[in-house]
Design a protein around this ligand. Structure first.
Ligand code: HEC
Ligand code: HEC
Length: 466
């Protein structure tokens, strides 16, 4: 009797165990928790090969929740927050009037979706309601009509641009976001229309042409102490994939050799572990976020940097007070922490498997770390120096114009991950080298590397693989 009871108990326990394991795995399978995915990745990544680490407890639930909450907030800010900058782009520059066109209460011919796509603006296909998607698929949306652009704006589908509408559905203002320059789409719906790729540099975007549409460029001319024609010339000189984030502080429209002063839009991913951001290392990522949100996007916040209180180097910043900005209410500062967290979480995307020659890349990696001396600055796996990664123009074998516009007077060692995502527009801060072979040839001469033709190709394949 006793014995029989024991067997039943053991049987029940085993059955319950199966049930529990079943429920847990089912839950994991259906809910596919992102935290769990991260955890699994950690376990499989080799970080956990240390036997002691396999017994490490998971993150506390509170920490997991707080990380996810911050990333969500940061993503929202990156994609959708104008920081009140519509006061500048709409109310002052009146870009919304140029977009609507005279038939819809604005000025000029208006901006059709086709025109918008041609200056590199991107459309988020996931933001399109079903009927609009169908209309686009069936070719029933007139892409040459500015009214269609307003429909896209109304649906929040133009990446990095927010339209403001009144009760009569008239476009009354327009604001911009980080995603304008630092996101693109995967073209899965049509060219220029697809799912968002946050952090990717939009090298199709012609910022100069877009600002040039403004019916009120006099505001910028007055700020720079020049005339509208000169402002137009400067904006037209930038071309696709470029912007000048220092013009409004130092007033330098062109280089001394007459070439454009703008720099390439860099990616905003792959920056975790990197100390200094921007081509010339102005400061940390969060420093730069505050700089750009306040002084370039013209959001309403707080910014302080006494390095700009230098009338020789930054005459405009001194005149306008950009070195010490205070707005009330402050629409930027409360968002900086989560925005920072989100950006640091954006890792550089891996290249598609067949986009490079794996064997050549393997040989290239050895060259990168040894004979070609690249790793002496681009230290793997960050591909920039831990510490203060600034080099003088002479060390880089290039001119000092852009370096001297920064408080560092130097160039920051570019973190090289995800190079494959921005092959358009060239390389180095101003795109002076059209492609990677040109970059390698520059270093070959500068560092007297004596690389053979094959070694150069191997290095290029390696650069495409990281
Ligand atoms: C109009 C286009 C534009 C917008 C909008 C813009 N940026 Fe940038 N961003 C640039 C350019 C150009 C640079 C390079 C500046 C330089 O080196 O002088 C840059 C640099 C950066 C960098 C440094 C990348 C690196 O390699 O270190 C980060 C980070 C960044 N931006 C984040 C942001 C965030 C966050 C926002 C929104 C608050 C934003 N940007 C809005 C054009 C833009
Ligand atoms: C002395 C330090 C140093 C060495 C050595 C060096 N680099 Fe660089 N690298 C830099 C700096 C600084 C920049 C940024 C230049 C600029 O923005 O104008 C850069 C930029 C680049 C870029 C352009 C990145 C972009 O987004 O446009 C590539 C590619 C590159 N380096 C590859 C290499 C390779 C390959 C080697 C070896 C042959 C190498 N580097 C050696 C410091 C170095």
């Amino acid at each position: 009797m006793k014995n029989k009871f024991g067997v039943v108990t053991v049987f029940t326990i085993i059955l319950s165990l199966f049930l529990i394991v079943g429920i847990v795995t089912w839950n994991i399978g259906t809910k596919s928790s992102p935290t769990l995915a991260i955890w699994n990745k950690l376990i499989n990544s080799g970080l956990n090969q240390d036997p002691q680490r396999s017994t490490e407890p998971p993150l506390s639930t509170e920490l997991e929740m707080s990380i996810l909450e911050r990333l969500k907030e940061g993503q929202y800010t990156f994609r959708f927050d104008t920081f009140g900058d519509e006061a500048f782009w709409g109310d002052t520059l009146k870009l919304h009037q140029a977009i609507a066109g005279q038939n819809l209460g604005g000025v000029g011919p208006g901006v059709s979706p086709n025109t918008a796509l041609s200056v590199g603006l991107k459309v988020d296909s996931e933001a399109l309601p079903a009927n609009l998607r169908r209309g686009l698929e069936e070719g029933k949306v007139d892409l040459d009509d500015p009214a269609s652009t307003l429909v896209l704006l109304k649906n929040n589908a133009v990446v990095g641009v927010t339209g403001f509408f009144n009760d009569q559905d008239e476009l009354t203002s327009i604001g911009i976001q980080c995603a304008l320059c630092h996101s693109t789409v995967d073209n899965s719906f049509a060219p220029g229309i697809g799912k968002r790729l946050d952090g990717w540099a939009n090298r199709d975007l012609n910022v100069g042409a877009i600002i040039g549409l403004s019916p009120n460029l006099k505001v910028i001319a007055d700020r720079l102490g020049t005339n509208v024609d000169t402002v137009k010339k400067v904006l037209a000189s930038w071309g696709p994939g470029k912007f000048d984030a220092e013009l409004l502080e130092d007033g330098k429209g062109f280089r001394p050799d007459g070439k454009p002063a703008a720099t390439l839009l860099p990616p905003a991913f792959g920056l975790s572990g990197i100390n200094l951001s921007t081509w010339t290392g102005w400061g940390t990522v969060t420093y730069w976020n505050a700089y750009v949100a306040n002084t370039q996007m013209m959001g309403q916040g707080t910014f302080y940097d006494p390095r700009l209180l230098n009338s020789k180097k930054y005459p405009i910043a001194v005149k306008t007070g950009d070195w010490d900005i205070k707005n009330s209410p402050d629409l930027i500062t409360p968002k900086l922490a989560d925005l920072h967290a989100y950006q640091l979480a954006l890792t550089a995307p891996k290249p598609p498997e067949n986009s490079y020659d794996q064997e050549a890349a393997g040989r290239g990696e050895i060259l990168f770390n040894d004979k070609a001396k690249c790793a002496s600055c681009h230290v793997p796996p960050l591909y920039s120096e831990p510490g203060y990664a600034i080099h003088s123009p002479a060390e880089m074998g290039i001119d000092s114009f852009q370096a001297q516009r920064s408080p560092t007077n130097g160039y920051r060692t570019s973190p090289l991950r995800g190079l494959w995502t921005h092959q358009k527009g060239g390389f180095f801060h101003d795109g002076r080298f059209a492609d990677l072979p040109e970059v390698i040839n520059h270093y070959d001469k500068l560092l007297k590397l004596n690389l053979t033709a094959e070694e150069k190709t191997d290095l290029v394949e390696f650069l495409k693989s990281i």
